[in-house]
Design a protein around this ligand. Sequence first.
Ligand code: SAM
Ligand code: SF4
Length: 329
Amino acid sequence: MIDPFGRRIRYLRVSATDRCDFRCVYCMGEDMSFLPKADVLSLEELERLCRAFVRRGVRKLRITGGEPLVRRNIIHLFRGLGSLLDGGGLDELTLTTNGSRLAWLAADLVACGVRRVNVSVDTLDPVKFRAITRRGRLEVVLEGLAAAKAAGLGIKINTVALKGVNDDEFDRLVAWCGEEGFDLCLIETMPLGDVDGDRTAHYLPLSRVREQLSRRWTLLPSNHATGGPARYVEVAETGRRIGFITPMTHNFCESCNRVRLTCTGLLYLCLGREDCADLRTPLRAGESDIPLLAAIDAAIARKPKGHDFVIDREHRRPALGRTMSLTGG
Ligand code: SAM
Ligand code: SF4
């Protein structure tokens, strides 16, 4: 699949559910209304959709959410998709998780062919962790990380940089990741979805974080690239990488190789835009994949060139109404 700007689309991110056991302050409101179950694709439908994308050239699948591991029987989806690794067209099957169920599922994920996992940890302080996630327990996530490590999974920690919340912890997080053998990815808050409270108050440009880190650590330029929005450095003292995801301060759209599928079968062509294509209708039209493949081709043909995120300081409105938990982070 090649879009109108010559970008080859090889990466599909799939939100397997919009539900979550946490309510992170930057991601959700306290009282979330989730999608009616009837609107959500079955795991079999999600697998069929993913298989259609792999037929069209997608080589990497990331299952995300919401929290993918809270969806009942999610391992069935991983098992089905894992069968596409090793010669079935897929190079990598991975996931992004809050880690709350990893202690139970890490070994099963490995058995399905998952080799790496991204786990979100914004703080190593249990009290702050509770405040940010509104209901999560840090020790459960740390147990999940230990299980993932023991099962042999490669681990990258995702940390959203929040001014006045975790901006005193970045050195500690870099040191911890070094000790544990994790990579780290720092993320700027993105203006997605209405959350309670004022998001602009916690917006922290990563240029500032990088400058702060470079006082304590030797940050070596790294040419590691995933086609995604992260720019990487290597920390000389730990040998681990740090990625900086800066959608607000950099334009990374030229190399974008990805599209995003929601659990209701909407295909978002860009995280920063509202435009999407309905794949549920062609999926449910019948057993033939021909209408579905045609709908995928038509959607890719209208992938936009880029986005224009802004945190609207004047009106304090999100740039987009939908939350990250719908489209997947
Ligand atoms: N529940 C899983 C988790 O938290 O890792 C997967 C889904 S979550 C939406 C994916 C990533 O998006 C997480 O690392 C989360 O911190 C990040 N995220 C959510 N809302 C965000 C926002 N408004 N700005 C920046 N990152 C956000
Ligand atoms: Fe749930 Fe992940 Fe959103 Fe936190 S960031 S509320 S864990 S979906």
